[in-house]
Write a protein of this length. Structure first.
Length: 492
RNA sequence: GGCGCGGUACCCAAGUGGUAAGGGAGAGGUCUGCAAAACCUUUAUGCGCCGGUUCGAUCCCGGCCCGCGCCUCCA
């Protein structure tokens, strides 16, 4: 099976496969670690995660590189404001970033290079560009890429800059540039700023340079796929292409994937709108990491996603449905054998699921056959028609579903617990939803004990006591379900 | 202004030139000590509006209305 993925460069859905060596080499723009990540950031990383997981599912090995940008203007500004050393500041937010990715079950890329550890490589690139006459130095020691040196400029974002007037408005800072659109590949350091002493002077790399340098370092001068948020298409990716292809005379990335921005409650997320949320904000409100993950990936990456609290609640219900079914399959004893109708249903669901994802990662479409199979399975169990061989077949389908979606396996307690500990440390405990605290205060053992006590009470037909226990647990976010095979409980 | 995306049931959201997936929510029912879960039935003669092409359009073309994104080192 081959993944057909929209390619921004060509505007077409095209097969994506490794150009050489059997390993798919991909680069995804990573975070600038200057603050806690928000859900918009995570949508992009989550969609790239869906991509790499699906590739693995269809047997395509991936070498995935994601940069950590640990030097830039915002970092310098924020670290200074916080009175922290740059390194300590970025380390803090980098660690937070990885904790958040783990909470959302985003897999780690194979290579995670830091911008500050590749200054030498970037300096080389600048020298190459300068030698080729594609970059020029200004009086203050900065170096700019000359756009006119790259005729293909605009091919990714479909911009035609040829008709644009230069210099209509030029920042004072940039008066030395030959053309207003020329961009910095090297910035000379102002006094007191973070800077490196290098062969091309004292300064720091331009924003776009790190991605060119590090992608080529770990993937080669040409590679298979480059991904990122839609805002990066221009100018960031366009500039990467310009400087990379000018330096190497080779095509940079063959395939480009851009993830659309999300809206929050119908509006662009912004702090001033009051609809700006970090992952931690949502965990403290009591939403589960799995629900956040599912809500963020259920709308295909090329569509605008309207992220809402209703949507999170809905995702929570959908996950409960899947988990309840999964547990039912696992905990029920089935007679040996196979039911041809169910075997067929499992096969069909799997085929449709895979095909939907192969079709430009259509996650919304991919969900449907899985839920169809859940219904068919539940119905068969109710009617005593599901056999052990069917259970195994369905579990295999669910495993492939979770290989990409990863929401059935319940690892939700830990991220919430960690967010709570973080809130305590950060003095934000008052933001924590009461039921979150109540639920986490109850250990599994305590719940089991109460469940056992209730079962005893029921045996003695002491329903008042049994119901009291159930209600008490419910108030603490624990749901009980009686079944023929015993009592199941779960945290809401 | 330039480039682009979208308007499908109460909400979210797929989709196809031949008659509307899935999830959530609601209503009724089965089961249950009661719940929960599960299952069954039910909720778009209809897919923004108006034309056109076609045997036939939600899906193709044109126009219009509405919403949104990018064009600013915001993923």
């Amino acid at each position: 099976m081959t993944l057909r993925l929209f390619n921004t460069l060509t505007g077409q859905v095209e097969p994506l496969s490794p150009a050489e060596g059997g390993v798919l080499r991909m680069y995804a723009c990573g975070p600038t670690v200057y603050d806690y990540g928000h859900i918009g950031n995570f949508r992009t990383f989550l969609e790239v995660d869906v991509l790499r997981r699906f590739l693995r599912l269809i047997g395509v090995p991936v070498r995935h590189v994601m940069n950590i940008t640990d030097v830039d203007d915002k970092i310098i500004r924020n670290a200074t404001a916080a009175g922290m050393a740059i390194g300590a500041y970025t380390a803090k937010y980098e660690q937070a970033f990885f904790e958040d990715l783990e909470a959302l079950k985003v897999e780690r890329p194979e290579v995670l290079p830091h911008a500050t550890e590749h200054i030498g490589k970037m300096v080389e690139l600048v020298q190459k560009l300068e030698a080729a006459g594609a970059a020029y130095k200004t009086e203050d020691g900065s170096s700019y890429f000359r756009l006119s040196a790259f005729p293909g400029y605009g091919k990714l974002s479909k911009k035609d800059l040829s008709g644009m007037e230069d210099g209509a408005r030029v920042d004072v800072d940039e008066y030395e540039k030959d053309s207003a659109r020329d961009f910095a590949v090297w910035k000379s350091a102002k006094p007191g700023e973070m800077a490196w002493e290098t062969a091309i002077g004292r300064g720091r790399p331009g924003w776009h340079l790190e991605c060119s340098a590090m992608s080529m370092e770990y993937l080669g001068e040409s590679f298979d796929l480059h991904a990122g948020g839609e805002d990066l298409m221009f100018p960031h990716h366009e500039n990467e292409i310009a400087q990379s292809e000018t330096a190497t005379h080779k095509p940079f990335a063959r395939h480009w994937m851009h993830v659309r921005f999300l809206l929050v409650e119908g509006k662009k997320m912004s702090k001033s709108e009051g609809n700006f949320f970090t992952l931690r904000d949502l965990l403290l409100k009591g939403y589960k990491a799995s629900a956040i993950r599912l809500a963020l990936i259920s709308v295909p990456y090329r569509h605008q996603l309207n992220f809402t609290f209703d949507g999170l609640t809905e995702a929570t219900s959908a996950i409960n449905r899947l988990r309840t079914f999964y547990e039912r399959l696992k905990s029920t004893n089935f007679a040996p054998g196979e039911n041809p109708a169910l075997q067929e249903a499992a096969k069909k669901a799997h085929a449709e699921y895979m095909e939907a994802l192969a079709n430009d990662l259509n996650t919304a479409e991919a969900r449907a056959p899985i839920f169809d199979l859940v219904r068919a399975g539940n119905t068969a169990i109710d009617q005593g028609q599901l056999l052990a061989g069917d259970r195994d077949a369905i579990l295999r389908v669910l495993a492939d579903f979770d290989a990409v979606f990863d929401v059935i396996r319940d690892d939700d307690a830990e991220p919430t617990r960690r967010a709570l500990a973080w809130a305590e440390e950060a003095g934000r405990l008052e933001e924590v939803a009461p039921e979150v605290r109540a639920s986490l205060a109850l250990t599994d053992e305590a719940i089991e004990a109460l469940v056992a006590e209730r079962t005893q009470a029921k045996k003695q037909r002491n329903f008042a006591r049994a119901d009291a226990i159930r209600n008490d647990l419910a108030a603490k976010g624990v749901i009980l379900e009686d079944s023929k095979d015993g009592v199941r409980w779960k945290r809401k």
